[in-house]
Structures are given as C-alpha cells and as structure tokens.
Design a binder for this molecule. Sequence first.
Ligand code: SF4
Ligand code: SF4
Length: 377
Amino acid sequence: MTNVAPPLALLAEVTYRCPLQCPYCSNPLELERAKQELDTDTWLRVFDEAADLGVLQVHFSGGEPTARTDLDLLVAGASRFGLYTNLITSGVLLNEAKISALATAGLEHVQLSFQDAEAAGGDRIGGYKGGHEKKIQVAKLVRMAGLPLTLNMVVHRQNLDHLEDMIRLAVDLDAHRVEIAHVQYYGWGLTNRAALMPTRKQVETATAIVDRARERLKGVLVFDYVVPDYYARRPKSCMGGWGRRFLNINPAGKVMPCHAAETIPGLEFESVCDHSLSEIWTSSEAFRRFRGVEWMPEPCRSCDRREIDWGGCRCQALAVTGDAGNTDPACELSPNHHKMLQLAEVESDGPPPAFVYRRMGGAPRQKEAQPARDERL
Ligand code: SF4
Ligand code: SF4
C-alpha cells in the first residue's frame, strides 16, 4: 500500500519490567522477559527511522521505562532526531539525579501515574508499598527540574469515590494537566474486569465532578477525561483509527497499531529487527487489516461516523463479541451493544473479587482460561 499518511506518535515500550503490579495494566498477560528487550543501538536506529517516516513524538513507556539504565541515552537520541520526548512513568525508580540526567538529555514532558489520592489505596492498587509517597516526592522533583507534569489517574470502582481528592492532588503538585482515564478492559484489565467495573451511578458522579472541576480550574489545570466504554452510546476513535496516527513498539521490537493489538488472534506483527519502520507502517499485513473503512461490516460501512470513530476499538470488539472484525459493541448501533451493558451491570453489582495482580510470568491458570467472549450472556 502506498500513500499512507505518516504516523504522529510512537509509543516506545522499552521494557515490560515494572516494580508495580497494577491490576489494570495494559501489558500482555504473558510478559516478554527482560532479556528479549531491544538494545540501545536498535532503539536509536528506530528513532532515526521514525523521524524520517514523519513521526513527531516519542512516548517512553513500558512496563516502567526508567527500569532501563540507558533511558537517558534513548531520550538524547530521540531528541537529536528532532522528536518530542515524553516519559510515562510510575515514578518509583526515579530520584533527583536521574530526573536531572533525563532533563539534560532533552526530556520535554513527564506523565506520572497515581493509583489513588492517598497512600493506603494507592499502594494497595499498585501492589507496591511506599509507592504513593515516593510518587509525591518525584512529582516535586520533576517540577523543580522545570519539566511540565501531567498526572495520570486510571479510575475504576475502587478509587472513583476519591476523584475530588485526586484532582486536588494534581493541583497541589503543580501539575499542568491531569488525565483521568477509566480502565480499558483488555490485558490485565480484562482479567480483573469484575474487580474494576464501576456502577453507572459512580460514572455519572465522576463525569459531573470532572465537568465542575474543569470549569473551576480553568487556566490552572487542563483535563483529559477518557469516558468508560461500557456505559457509552458511541465508541471512541481508538488510537485515532487503526494504523492512522500511532504505532506501538513492544520491548522485543514488534510493531503494532496499539498496545493491546497482540490480543487479536491471527495477526502477525513484524519486528524492527527484520524490517524498516517505514515498510511495516505502510505495507505490513497487520497494519492493513483494519486500516481505513474497507474492512468494516455493517452498520459501520454505511454510517456517517465511519471516518470519525473508525468503528471503535478492535480489541474491545474481540473481548466482548469474540471477533475483532465486529463493530465495537460500545456503539448503540452494534447488535452486541446490549451484551456490553449487561456485563457492566452484572459485574459492578455486589462486592468486587480480589485483584489478580499484574506480574511477570502471567495470570494464574484459572484466569487464563477465561474465554474471550463472555459466555454468561
Ligand atoms: S500500569 Fe502499573 S504495572 Fe503496568 S506498567 Fe504501568 S505502573 Fe507498571
Ligand atoms: S456504526 Fe460504526 S461507524 Fe457508526 S457510530 Fe457505530 S461504531 Fe461508529
């Protein structure tokens, strides 16, 4: 395929290692081992190719990207090729010297995740004792280094009732932006869906809190609010459309249209070790599979929103309907929409089950056996 517009941003998952164990982590259940990580030179070659391809931004992610001892070299390399650099981090491995080294290397922005508004909840959800306090220190150091700061808050039924306090935390820590994102149910989030799914009432309250805070904090804090699909009437434009704006490279070098795409059976993702980024972006079978509108079934095919939301999320279509080629069931026009709503209502009802924490080596066997399609509905 020729004449494919260049991607805007590259999500560089430089490692799957992470000291936290968030039960909604978007990393795959079977995590690649540290030894399968691309080396420094390969990443630098990839950033060079990305800049040539037209990519403007690199988001360093993981896992926990600061687990790599060469992160400052990677940031410096990306900067040298003219790419905007953003670090997405849990913060717990950072200190003043490391932040200073990253700033000197050219880092331009930090996104720091918090699991809750206070230590007890934050440490429990992240599965890392002392993590919350460490993050507060790191947020202060990031601001002292002169770097702009975004706080990432992933919200769900077990922390949504603290949303006001989370927003207050972002203001107190002098963040420029807060990203409040409801859990996306793939990877570990799908395994833990019943433990994380909020009630409709919680979602409505949260949306009202964000609307009021956005008004009250105009000029102080910018809000990004990612609404939960399970109670939605229309899907989000997932990744701006499959293979349209973003590409994701996993620690071993596989290139994907989004970080959950590996959950889709039958797609072969090519590696930067075997092909150039440009070849993969323009011609690889996996990128072409759901790009544009040709692949779409009805009702998307004849819908006037088909080039707005691009049919929604393929991974979500797979998780709920068993087929990644279906219309995203978050859409009211999908014949599977009622299944999604029912799932949300059933799973948010009653006390949440215990978390299955994210860890290297995969989820327990009984959880792995969970079918892609929910057979209860
Ligand atoms: S979501 Fe949590 S466990 Fe997953 S990479 Fe981020 S901090 Fe680590
Ligand atoms: S039918 Fe398809 S294109 Fe139309 S709104 Fe629903 S998901 Fe979007």
